[in-house]
Write a protein that binds this ligand. Structure first.
Ligand code: ADP
Ligand code: ASP
Ligand code: MG
Length: 480
């Protein structure tokens, strides 16, 4: 049994030891991030306006607001990019027209004509750029990674302008901030990494002065730019990450993730009937849950918060009064066996057996070099002297990986699997909890079992078709 190479967990453990600077006083403004369903239509946007109004009343500084695209818009932009590559020109034009209508309708319902007109000009220009990018994609029959990012960030750029205008119109002074001037990243398009020092400087320039003037800065999530100004995106679900990056740059007192559920739940609500809200989580627990499929949080969100020890709260924008989930370094969680369970579906297992009787350390090094070469993250690992089994959820480079591994090993690939993950800090000190987790899954054909080096999770690999039942059984054992 080994650690989880490539996972955020390793980075988290490392960073919490080496880089964390807990001496910085957290006096910066609260960051409030609203996900796609929280800003999906005019009614939802008006609920958000009400929530931000309340937040402003209760503290001296106005909050900094991060918004996602309206729900479904990013999926649609991805689909239109793929369609443009296939030269489905009429379909693409219709798709852009539909997106325009959805946003223009929202503007008309939220704002009086004079304000709406100015906004329509700005958003019209954004949509013109989108049409040009899709047209270029069609001509080239391919979207380069930079074109891809410039296309898919459109939803956030437009929606943040709409929310800024809705706040202003409802008596809350606000200022739209172009996220591409505030978040500085590397050039790894589609999953760019922020550069903390440059971002801190940019946030100081683009956001801090607006807060000082008493205005609510509104920033589109998910998007950033390289130091040369080339647009990048932070990966699916990346608006949470934007909130954490900006929160860390501002030394925020709190980062709030507003979504469509009451907090982090004890299980995925799409899989288990009625999971409960988890009131407290440690940074480590939240990070594991996010990494292993609890979609409510982007897996990288916790890292910037850990650096500064900034509390992260998950709250429901449809039920603003709830306590939600509070994530901190040392929460009061002594008395619970597990924090929650999560699952990652549709993963593939690769079993690799040494054919050359390499010594174990040389063998493992060569195996992981192959995954590194093809930039494929490995989630769960089990090893013996001559064999190693790993799971991957991104199978795009699998053929290349298997080819390279076969140069020195026998390789067996099995698809159609899922990872079930039980998470709780107390797994580290009480071995009976892990035994209970495994006992709860008796009767299921289990393919791999692993406990992470952090020992706050137990991961079980089983057939994807069994995962819903397995999760329900595990959930009933610990939270039933
Ligand atoms: P947003 O648009 O606000 O970013 P997401 O759809 O990304 O929202 O994440 C919220 C969704 O995450 C919930 O609607 C829920 O279906 C899903 N989810 C999966 N696992 C969990 C969990 N353990 N707790 C809460 N939500 C979860
Ligand atoms: N809109 C982006 C997505 O759907 C980012 C986000 O909402 O967090 O992935
Ligand atoms: Mg999300």
């Amino acid at each position: 049994m080994t650690a989880l190479p490539g996972s955020d967990q390793a980075k988290l453990e490392n960073r919490s030891r080496v880089e964390r600077d807990r001496n910085v006083p957290l006096t910066g403004p609260i960051v409030m991030k609203f996900g796609g369903t929280s800003v999906a239509d005019p009614e939802a946007i008006m609920r958000v306006v009400g929530i931000i109004k309340g937040a402003r009343d209760s503290s001296g500084l106005p909050p900094v607001v991060i918004v996602s695209a309206m729900s479904g818009v990013t999926d649609r932009l991805l689909e239109l990019t793929a369609s443009a590559e296939l030269r489905r020109d009429a379909h693409v034009l219709n798709g852009v027209a539909e997106l325009s209508r959805r946003h223009f309708d929202a503007i008309e319902r939220l704002l009086p004509a004079d304000i709406a007109n100015d906004l329509l000009v700005e958003i019209g220009a954004q949509l013109d750029d989108l049409r040009s990018l899709l047209k270029a994609t069609a001509i080239l029959r391919a979207a380069s990674p930079s074109a891809h990012d410039a296309i898919v960030c459109t939803g956030e750029l437009i929606n943040s302008r709409i929310v800024a205008a809705a706040l202003q119109h409802n008596g809350i002074p606000s200022a739209w901030v172009d996220a591409r001037r505030a978040i500085v990243t590397d050039a790894a398009h589609t999953s760019a990494l922020p550069k903390p020092d440059e971002t801190r400087e940019a946030v100081g320039r683009e956001i801090t002065p607006k807060v000082a003037e008493g205005r609510v800065p509104v920033v589109g999530g998910f998007v950033g730019a390289t130091s040369q100004g080339v647009t990048t995106t932070l990966g699916r679900g990346g608006s949470d990450y934007s909130a954490a990056i900006i929160g860390a740059a501002l030394d925020s007192r709190e980062i709030q993730i507003w979504t469509d559920v009451d907090g982090m739940l004890t299980a995925d609500p799409r899989v288990v009937g009625s999971p409960r809200v988890v009131p407290y989580l440690s940074f480590g627990e939240a990070s594991e849950l996010a990494y292993f499929g609890a979609k409510v949080l982007h897996p990288s969100t916790i890292l910037p918060a850990v650096d500064k020890d900034i509390p992260v709260r998950i709250l429901n924008s449809r039920r603003a009064g709830g306590a939600g989930t509070t994530i901190t370094a040392a929460p009061p969680t002594e008395n619970r066996a597990l924090a929650a369970v999560a699952c990652k579906r549709h993963v593939t297992m690769v079993e690799i057996t040494s054919t050359r009787m390499l010594m174990a350390h040389g063998f493992l090094r060569r195996v992981f070099e192959v995954f590194e070469r093809y930039r494929t993250a490995v989630d769960v690992v089990t090893t013996s002297e001559v064999s190693v089994s790993v799971t991957v959820d991104d199978a795009a480079r699998l053929d290349d990986i298997v080819g390279a591994l076969r140069e020195f090993a026998e390789v067996n690939v099995e698809g159609g699997l899922a990872i079930l993950c039980a998470v709780g800090d107390n797994l580290r000190c009480d071995p009976r909890i892990a035994a209970r987790v495994i006992g709860a899954l008796e009767g299921f054909p289990v393919r791999m079992v692993s406990q992470a080096a952090s020992r706050r999770n137990v991961t079980i690999v089983l057939r994807d078709e069994d995962v819903a039942k397995g999760m329900a059984q595990l959930h009933a054992e610990f939270f039933g």
